[in-house]
Design a binder for this molecule. Structure first.
Ligand code: UGA
Length: 368
């Protein structure tokens, strides 16, 4: 059976609808299907152009509110993207990070189990923990998970996310799928520190901010760690492959087989886009010079800084995150396809247009 993209009776609940991934998912649902969306978030600036869409209902709320959780769980498919995922906060605000990444999502999971909804829960590639530079492919159902000691508060987030995965997997009557994103990037990712957010965002937003400000890119511990960057547009295609394979959850219990995408965790990443953070910095510097049409020599060179000096006490790193994507290919027929140069150019061009000429906003940075 093919999924009915033109079935206007389907409503998808998207928690974190105004966030980076949520905003792209919302655009894709509204342009590719006739479905309706029930969107929940605390901040809607990325989706202002959708606020009056008659196929959408939005709610300013978070999962700390029990009545909101119950309302969300009434929809047959619930995508939960809400999370605190700003690395500098893992050390500074560990209890809040844990509440946001454990207490809130498990309350939603309980409610979905009761109502029979399909919960698509966004976890993180960080649950693979403290990987080394020569860790190999990270495989969903095989790789050992190792975290740093409790005093290394960097792991507050990963620990909460992992416990949530275990809780979800332990709920006997919940129809669930867990998604582990590997460094999604694209337009609207994170924020520019001092302009529309505070703290240290993830590396792409941070490097983009430094380039726009004419400051050197900071390489944490020399930038030897590696990541596999994934286009957010590929990530949205993954979700559509998942919706299709799971028939929006409208699958009778006796029709669920080992090929169904339920009770599964999926890595969503692009192993072809693996790069060291130092190489990423040099590449972004070059692309930025091309976008701006300036001599590359006029752009400051990257500088190394220690992790503790940059993020504070308790920082540790995952040295390599290389996803196995075999399961998504086998069960969903999905493979990310956007090459790193395309992803970076697209993200940086958006960033420069969005923030680059807003000089008056940059000047307000000290007030925030
Ligand atoms: C972060 C989150 O903690 C994960 O949960 C999330 O899944 C992941 O982003 C993601 O986007 O998928 P991480 O990969 O460590 O994890 O994110 P970044 O903060 O973007 O750092 C990547 C690497 O760049 C790290 O080695 C970091 O130390 C380095 N970095 C970061 C720099 O060298 N300079 C910077 O300015 C920022």
């Amino acid at each position: 059976m093919n999924l009915q993209f033109n079935d206007s009776s389907i409503t998808v609940a998207v928690v974190g609808c105004g966030g980076f991934i949520g905003s792209h998912l919302l655009d894709a649902i509204l342009s590719r299907t006739k479905w309706r969306v029930f969107g929940v978030d605390l901040d809607f600036y990325r989706i202002q152009h959708r606020l009056n869409d008659e196929r959408c209902e939005f709610m300013v709320a978070d999962l700390a509110d029990k009545s909101v959780v119950e309302r969300i769980a009434k929809f047959p498919v619930v995508v939960n993207l809400a999370a605190i995922c700003t690395p500098s906060r893992y050390m500074a605000e560990a209890p809040e990070v844990i509440r946001s990444n454990y207490d809130h999502p498990v309350a939603l999971a309980d409610a979905c189990e009761k109502s029979g909804s399909w919960l698509i829960h966004f976890s993180t590639s960080e649950i693979y923990g403290r990987t080394s530079v020569d860790s190999g492919l990270l495989v969903e159902d095989e790789t050992e998970l190792t975290f740093g000691p409790v005093k290394s508060s960097r792991w507050s987030y990963a620990t909460a996310k992992l416990l949530t995965e275990r809780y979800i997997a332990g709920l006997k009557n919940l129809k669930w799928t867990v998604v582990r994103p590997f460094n999604f990037v694209g337009p609207y990712m994170d924020f520019m520190p001092g302009v529309d957010g505070s703290g240290i965002p993830r590396v792409l937003a941070n490097f983009s901010s430094a380039l726009v400000r004419g400051e050197p890119l900071k390489l944490v511990n020399g930038g030897v760690a590696k990541r596999s960057f994934t286009s957010v547009f590929d990530a949205v295609d993954f979700l559509f492959a998942l919706f299709e394979a799971g028939q929006m959850g409208f699958v009778a219990a006796d029709a669920i087989t080992e090929k169904s995408p339920f009770s599964q965790a999926f890595n969503v990443g692009n192993p072809d886009n693996e790069i060291t953070i130092a190489d990423l910095a040099w590449k972004m510097r070059k692309i930025f010079a091309e976008i701006k049409g300036v001599n590359i020599e006029s752009i400051p060179e990257p500088e190394s800084i220690s992790g503790v000096e940059y993020y504070g006490e308790g920082y540790e790193d995952s040295m390599r995150r290389l996803p196995s994507v075999e399961k998504a290919e086998r069960l969903l027929g999905f493979k990310a396809k956007t090459p790193i140069d395309v992803v970076l150019r697209e993200s940086l061009t958006w960033f420069v247009k969005h923030y680059g000429c807003l000089d008056e906003r940059l000047e307000t940075k000290d007030e925030r």
